[in-house]
Design a protein around this ligand. Sequence first.
Ligand code: BGC
Length: 772
Amino acid sequence: MFPKPGRRLTLVATGFLLSVTVIVAIPASAQSDPIPARAEALLKQMTLEEKIGQLNQVPGIDFQGSGKPDDVIARGLASSVLWVSSPKEINRLQRIAVEKSRLHIPLLIGLDVVQGYQTIFPDPLAMAATWDPDLSEQEQSIAAREARAAGINWAFGPMVDIARDARWGRIVEGAGEDPYLGAAMARAQVYGFQGRQLGGADRVLASVKHFAGYGAADGGRDYDSSYVAEEQLWNVYFPPFKAAIDAGVGSLMSAYMDLNDVPASGNKFLLGQVLRDTWHFDGFVVSDANAVGSLVTHGYARDDEDAAYKAFGAGVNMEMVSGTYMKHLADLVKQGKVSVAQIDAAVRPVLAAKFRLGLFENPYFDESKTAAILSAPEHRRFARTAAQRSIVLLRNEGGLLPLAARGKYSSVAVLGPLADARPELKGLWGGMISANKDEPVVSVLQGIREQVGQGFHVEYAKGASIRREIPSFFENAGELSMHEEPLPDAVHQQADFDQAVATAKQCDLTVMVLGESMLGSGEAASRSSLQLQGRQQELLETVSRLGKPVVLVLINGRPLDISWAAKNVPAIVEAWIPGVQGGAAIADVLFGAVNPGGKLPVSWPRSVGQEPIYYAHNLTQAPETKPDFISRYYDSPTSPLFPFGYGLSYTTFAYSNLRLSNEQPKAGETVEVSVDIQNTGSRTGDTVAQLYVHRKAGSSSYPVRLLKGFERLTLAPGEKKTVTFHLGEKELSFWSPQARQWVEEPEQFDIWAGDDSTAQLHSSLQVSLASN
Ligand code: BGC
C-alpha cells in the first residue's frame, strides 16, 4: 500500500490540497513464466473433487481423533498436511501423494517454522530487538534450509501482526508495535524463507500471517474481537503485510478474530478489496487452523456449509483443518452458489506454488543429507550471534556490567526458575517441533559456567517454580502437547526459596534469571497482569535486600512489570526467549565478550494499567509537550518505563549535526537526512540510529512521532560515522481518512534523529506541492 512510483494527480479534498499517488498494479508474473500454463494443463485433468482436494489441508498426524491422513491423500483429496515434523514420516506421506494419487500431485508440508526447525533461534520479538533485518533474513534462510532438508516446504511465517498490548501473548511472535520496523522485519523474513524468488532447493514457501488486526484483540485477550478504524489498518496494521507481499510472499494466512464485526477468515474487505483488488496479491490464502469452521462459532455462519460458502466467497483458497470445503463445496457448486470457474481460480495459485517450489520434479528430500544439514555447527554459531544481538541492556547502574571488567568478584549465585531452564528457551513453536527434541539447549547456568572458567565460583539454586494459573490447551494437544512442570507443594516451595536466599548470601553477587513459564507467552497465553509469575518478585526483593550486587536477566516473551526492579536492581538484561544458544549468548553479554546493542521493539510499560501503550500516539488537546503537562494518569506517569527503541550499551554514543539535503522538497522528491554518530566511550559497541518524523498539520492528525528510518552500526572507541537516511514520498505519505488515500501533503514536518523514540536532535522540512 505504500505508494509506488506511478501516476500522480492532485485533488482537492475537504479544503486541503493533496498530492496523491495512485498505486499501479505490477503484473505478477512475466510473460515468459511457464508455470501458469503448467498449472492450467494440470487443472484441466482434474475432477471437481480433486480440485476441491487442492483446497484442503489436513493434519499430518493423528490429531484429536482425526486419524492418519493416508487414505485422503491417496484419493487426491488433500493438498497439504500440517503439524507433522518427523522427516521419515514426511517422506512417507509425500510418497502416498505422488505415487498413489491419480494425478500424482505432491503435498505442501506446512509447519510453524517460526524461529527455526532444528536450531531454534530467538523468538521473533527478540529478532526485532536486533533492529537488523539482514540478520533476520539469514536466520530464516537457515530455518528454511533445515526445514527443507527434513521435507517441510511451507513455513507458517512470518507472523507480522502489530501488537501494542503486552497482555496479548502472541506479541512474542511478531516484531512489536511499529509498522516501519515491522515491515522491515516482514520483508527480511520473506526473503529468508523464500529467497528473492520462490524456487530455491533450500527455501520454503512462506505464509505471512494473520491477516489482519489480530494483535489489536480487545483487552489483549487472544482471539477476541478487534475493532480497528480503517486509517489505523492502513497506517499501522497493514504495512508489514504489504511489505511481505512486495517481497513476493507466496501465501497468506487469514486470522481467527472478528475484525470490525466480520471474522477475518470470511472478510471480503480484507481478502478481496485490500488483498486482491488493491494489492493484487497473486499467491493463495490459507485460513488459520479451524478458522473456517469457527465462522459458525463466531455467529457469522449458520452452519458448516454456510461457513464454507462465506470463507470461500471472501477469498480463502485453502481451508486449514476444519474440512468444510471438502464436505460442502461440491454441493455449493451443484446448487449454483459457487461456480467451477471460481473453484479453478482458487486452485490455480495453489498448484502454481507447488510448481514453483519444484515439488513436481523433486517431491522428496534426500534422507541421507538431512542429518548433516540439521547438525551444521554454523547454524548453532548463528543462533548464538542472533541471541547476542537481540539482548537489550535495560539498566546498568554504576557500570555493574560487564562482570569480567570488574575483577572484584570471585563467586556468583545463579538463581531463579529460568536459571537452568532449557525447553523454556525454545518458545512455543520451537518447542512444539518434536523433531528437535534432542537438540542441546545451553541454559544460562551452563553458559555462565562455561564462560567464567577457573577462578570464579558458580552456585545455583532454583528458588521459585512457575507455571500458568490456568493451563494452556497446548498441554492437551495430543502429539503437539507441551507440559509445564506442576508446582511443588508449599513446603517444598519454601525450602527452595530459602535455599536460594542462603546461596545468594554465600556469594559475592547474584544473577537472577526470572521471567515467564514455558507456555507463559505465545498463542492462547494472554495475561491480565504483567507481574513476574509465582514468587519471583518476592525472591528478587529478598535477595536484593542482602545488599550485594544483583543482575536481573529476563527470559520472557513480552514486557513485564519490572518497575520495582528498575529502581532497585542495578543491572537488568532483557534476553527474550533466546533460543538454543541463549544461555551462551547471555553469558557473553554478562561477562563482556559481547557489548549489547539490541533496542526495544515495544514501549515498556510501568504497569499493566498503561496498556495498550505505544510511542506513535497522537497529540491531544493537552499534549505532553505543554510546559504544565504532568501526566494523564494521576497515579502514574504517562510515559513508559523504557521507551520504544531504547537500549543501553557498555559504551556511549553522541549524535550530532542533523542535516537535510533539501529543507523544502516538492512532494515526490527525496531528501537525504544525515546525522553524525561518535562512540564517546572506551569500548567498541553498537548503536541503532533512528529517524522519526511528525507532520505538523494536514488532512488528519498525525502521530507525535513515526519511525521512518534506522540503521544498526558498530563503532570503535572514538570512531565517528555519518548515517544517511532517505525521506521520500513513501516515508512522508500517510493514509488520510478524509482523502481515503495515501497522501503526501504539502506541510511542515519535524525530524528527529537519535538512539530511541525520545531523540531530541531536531530539524524540520517543508514539503511543497508537486508541480504537475
Ligand atoms: C495459529 C497459527 C498457526 C496454526 C498452525 C494456529 O492456532 O494461530 O499461527 O500457524 O495454528 O499451527
